[in-house]
Design a protein around this ligand. Sequence first.
Ligand code: NDP
Length: 253
Amino acid sequence: MTPLTGRTALVTGASRGIGRAIARRLAADGMLVAVHYGSNEAAARETVRLIEKDGGRAFSIRAELGVPGDVDTLFAVLEAGLLAQTGRVRLDVLVNNAAVTADSIETITPEAFDRLIAVNTKAPLFIIQRALPLLNDGGRIVNLSAAATRIAMPKQPYAMSKAAIEVLSSSLAQMVGGRSITVNAVAPGPTVTDMNPWMLDDPEVQQMVGSGNAVPRAGQPADIADVVAFLASEAGRWVTGQVIDASGGCFLG
Ligand code: NDP
């Protein structure tokens, strides 16, 4: 039996990239994982297939975030899936991972800014609000932030949406600590995923990006998933309200 057998997790944006790696890692630790995605059904199915191939359990949930009714859609399918698979509607771990990037400060439109905040900031808050009554005491909430909140990345309104996630994490940690629920933000540096298409399939670019890290290579999704898995585990019970940098020491100085 693996350490987290019998527990349940929701990972948003788990069809690709870091979210897929987190979902696979939590499933390998024994959790039943709800693999949320927005539109890429084939990728979500592949995440579920990879988990099942490794002997784990998962089901997928389609719900576009940042549109009216998004959280209702997500929880309707989540609750039905948990009931069907476990006979109960209880969660142990919530990972708010889904996010988008945006144009620069010079060019972003008010509509695009609204969408950035709706997906990256508003959706996690209301997902948490809906998840709290389902979350068991001793549960875990992990919110994906970005190292871009600590490093002044020129031109990026994206970092604004993530700074709010860090404040939300510490406020919430204080609020739910009495139930032994921990809440943390994990802040990756540049990681090889679809979010950075210019890095994909280009080892030279990855090496160049990685050279800014104390550990001189580009981040991989599994590097982030291992940190999230620690926070989700019993071993992470005494860490709460923190921003955990998971960047290999990106621009430490
Ligand atoms: P990807 O772009 O590779 O994957 C994004 C995931 O989020 C997909 O599963 C996608 O679903 C889902 N998603 C995006 N928009 C929506 C939406 N509107 N509604 C529902 N689902 C949506 O991202 P990464 O894996 O790179 O990033 C994961 C997290 O890590 C994010 O929070 C990101 O901000 C953070 N991060 C990433 C860094 C990096 O360098 N990659 C650096 C710092 C932080 P679908 O497949 O259906 O489109």
